[in-house]
Design a protein around this ligand. Structure first.
Ligand code: PGA
Length: 256
């Protein structure tokens, strides 16, 4: 089956790399991925590195994303950053609702929804993360959990907004553990999410929305994940911190 959605491979650097290291990294990455134009490549450095990385990538087709955002435009919210500030810094994508934010920083579905709406209003592309805990998978409620997160996160959006966004399915037990979901399990849940988007926003939107897999993606497991009919790319943590392994993932995604 030929997919007409361009795969998006995004590197979530979490709290790794100084601005100096980030700039050196993207200069190498740019050379390393030259010619792999069939894949959209995104790097998401920590906030302090956003501007220098955007500068270093000027004229490049590698896009830059942030790892979090506040939903208000401005105000007395110490330690937060607004969608307009990220836009002004040159970001194009924003990761929202990553499981580490849900787990360690009290991120809720309601706030995820506020953030998704806010970044869309500023012309940024949300990468909205959903995924179940190991206990939830073991008790057979994966679809229920993913459904609740997806419905709440997308509440109140227009069909056009959803068509242009990215959803990342990241089973929490697969993040940073070396345990990737099997191709079949990842496809099953991502196919389910696409079906849900179909029910909520219609077939055209479901055919357009980009749905990534995330959780221990490596060069060796990328091609078979990307060959699944509903998987449109990957949100990569650990393996995105090294130019060689991140390039290996992009190369494997370009082969599909
Ligand atoms: P990982 O992280 O690739 O290191 O498992 C993925 C993520 O947290 O987005």
């Amino acid at each position: 089956m030929v997919k007409n959605r361009k795969p998006i491979i995004a590197g979530n650097w979490k709290m790794y790399k100084t601005a100096t290291e980030a700039v050196a990294f993207v200069r190498n990455l740019e050379l390393s991925v030259a010619g792999m134009d069939d894949v959209e490549v995104v790097v998401c450095p920590p906030f302090n590195a956003l501007v220098p990385v955007v500068e270093a990538l000027r004229g490049s087709r590698i896009a830059v994303g942030a790892q979090n955002v506040h939903w208000e435009d401005q105000g007395a919210f110490t330690g937060e950053i607004s969608p307009g500030m990220l836009k002004d810094a040159g970001c194009r994508y924003v990761i929202i609702g990553h499981s580490e934010r849900r787990q360690f920083f009290g991120e809720t579905d309601v706030n995820v929804n506020r953030k998704v709406k806010a970044v869309l209003q500023h012309g940024l592309t949300p990468v909205m993360c959903v995924g179940e805990l190991i206990e939830e998978r073991e008790s057979g409620i994966t679809e229920k959990v993913v459904r609740a997160q997806t419905e709440a996160g997308l509440a109140g959006l227009t069909a056009g907004q959803v068509a242009g966004m990215v959803i990342a399915y990241e089973p929490v037990w697969a993040i940073g553990t070396g345990k990737t979901a099997s191709d079949a399990d990842a496809q099953q849940v991502i196919g389910y999410i696409r079906g849900l988007v179909n029910q909520l926003f219609g077939g055209e939107v479901a055919a357009q929305v980009c749905i990534q897999y995330g959780g221990s993606v490596k060069p060796q497991n990328t091609a078979s994940l990307m060959a699944q009919p509903d998987i449109d790319g990957a949100l990569v943590g650990g393996a995105s911190l090294d130019v060689e392994s991140f390039t290996g993932i992009i190369k494997a995604a370009a082969g599909n």
